[in-house]
Design a binder for this molecule. Structure first.
Ligand code: C2O
Ligand code: CU
Length: 486
């Protein structure tokens, strides 16, 4: 696995160095390597030029009120259009007309309230991914808001800094809802993070990555299990460029794709310094040539552009996931256009994580889906399809548990996400986890045949919460289960 991935990486990285200028990529509908459960009708696809549009910065949401030390937001899901392909209006589902949704900036221990209205004709559920929240504000799969309805979600933010995200979670429609645009970011900051000399302000840039299948008329094509979502979007636009100064930047990457995995690297093989993962900063920076993000995962990365002369154009390439290299091998381009002062630095220690308590229970979970490619394929946790009326695991409140999660498939990758908790990765395939998994995590990738051992402590809220594969087409096919903390 690793060998193949690296061989592929080398090929793409060298190919991409020559492709720094804009070129026209015909977005043909191409078949993935595997038989897919379903594929979108083979429509003619839009032609999209690389590196023609600037990376949009996602706006920060403004609270309706900050009274009583609580930030209150009011948000309506609604149909709208977005300019994804230049000059074309694409129909999308949005929070308040924005694709992707506005970023909520929160502080540890300062509550946020979201008054969520549903202006769509399908049920929705608003889930705050990675957050420790009471059961009735978790936005679980069955806890939906009907069309025209309203719901108040309360987020206490009793957790350390972290780059979280929110998205739709209404069972069976979440895959399409998220694909059509119901996703956004939620960044919690705290004094630990504030005190560090990391790049800040304009040098701290959120980049939400995802894919899409865009037809010749510029519209989003949705089919469950579609392997041809081969147009890559960053902050809602395809293959943008970002003008940067020759100094350090912090990039907060979030993979908001339904299914796609990314392996990000610079085309020249230059160093990335990973400083954070799902649940905030790593204990120590991790200098690395690449970061791997399965769907739902996040990574904070510092790139020091001071090593490049002004005028350099540097492509961020993708060497993970499936699809034709000309479409999925490049993500965006950094254009170094000026010099700038740089008072920032990356300290050798970023944070101290609390010591792991002695575990009080162990469990195991097996992930598997039908790999026959049939239209009736189902996906399972412990050989069971999701049933909201069933409790699959009972967890004692206050317990610290070790879960051993195995992907029993031989072709299909999965990943494992738990609501409510940020966990620690203890082992990957019997070995110490890589540095990229040394921090707090809420989602971990499981390549075919892999096993991950993780530890989670359930000392925040009681109630029923789901855990599932975060490839949303898989969870919609049943790869989800319920744990009850009591
Ligand atoms: Cu990001 Cu249950 O999901
Ligand atoms: Cu899966």
């Amino acid at each position: 696995m690793v060998t193949r991935r690296h061989a592929l990486a080398a090929g793409i990285a060298s190919a991409s160095v020559g492709v720094t200028g804009a070129s026209l990529v015909p977005l043909l509908t191409a078949r993935g390597a595997e038989a897919a459960a379903a594929e979108a009708p083979a429509a003619a696809a839009a032609a999209i030029e690389l590196f023609k549009v600037p990376l949009p910065l996602i706006p920060v949401a403004r609270p309706l009120s900050t009274a009583g030390g609580v930030d209150t937001y009011e948000v309506t899901t609604q149909r709208s259009t977005a300019e994804i392909v230049p000059g074309v209006r694409t129909d999308v589902l949005t929070y308040d007309g924005r694709f992707p949704g506005a970023t909520i900036k929160a502080r540890t221990n300062r509550p946020v309230v979201v008054i969520q209205r549903n202006g769509l004709d399908v049920p929705i559920s608003r889930h705050l991914h990675g957050a420790s929240v009471p059961e009735d504000s978790d936005g679980g799969p069955m806890d939906t808001i009907e069309p025209g309805g309203v719901r108040v979600y309360r987020y206490p933010n009793r957790q350390p800094h972290a780059s979280l995200w929110y998205h739709d979670h209404a069972h069976h429609v979440e895959s399409e809802n998220v694909y059509r645009g119901l996703h956004g970011s939620y960044l919690i900051s705290d004094p630990v993070e504030d005190a560090l000399p990391l790049p800040k302000g304009a040098y701290d840039v959120l980049i939400e990555l995802r894919d899409a299948n865009i037809d010749a008329s510029g519209q989003l094509v949705y089919a469950m299990g579609d392997r041809t979502r081969n147009t890559l979007l960053a902050n809602g636009v395809p293959y943008p460029y970002l003008e940067v100064a020759a100094r350090k930047y912090r990039f907060r990457f979030a993979n908001t794709s339904n299914m796609r995995f990314f392996e990000l690297r610079l085309a020249d093989g230059g160093e990335l310094i990973q400083i954070g993962s799902d649940g905030g900063l790593l204990p120590r920076p991790n200098p690395t040539p690449s970061v791997y993000l399965s769907s739902g995962e996040r990574a904070d990365v510092v790139i020091d552009f001071s090593r490049y002369p002004v005028g350099t154009q540097l492509v961020l390439v993708n060497t993970g996931g499936r699809g034709p290299v000309e479409q999925v091998g490049q993500v965006l381009r950094f254009d170094v256009t000026r010099t700038a002062d740089d008072p920032s630095s990356v300290p050798s220690v970023l944070r101290a994580l609390p010591p792991l308590p002695a575990p009080t229970a162990t469990r195991s979970v097996v992930m598997r889906m039908d790999e026959d490619g049939s239209a009736t394929a189902q996906a399972y946790l412990d050989e069971k399809v999701y049933d909201h009326a069933r409790v699959d695991q009972v967890v004692r409140y206050g317990a610290s548990e070790v879960w051993t999660v195995t992907n029993a498939n031989v072709k299909a990758a999965h990943n494992f996400h738990m609501h409510l908790v940020q966990f620690r990765v203890l082992e990957r395939n019997g070995q110490a986890p890589p540095a990229s998994e040394s921090g707090l995590k809420d989602t971990v990738v499981l390549q075919p045949g892999e096993t991950v051992k993780l530890q989670a402590t359930f000392d925040s809220y009681r109630g029923a919460y789901v855990y599932h594969c975060h490839m949303l087409d898989h969870s919609a096919m049943g790869m989800m289960a319920t744990m009850k903390i009591r």
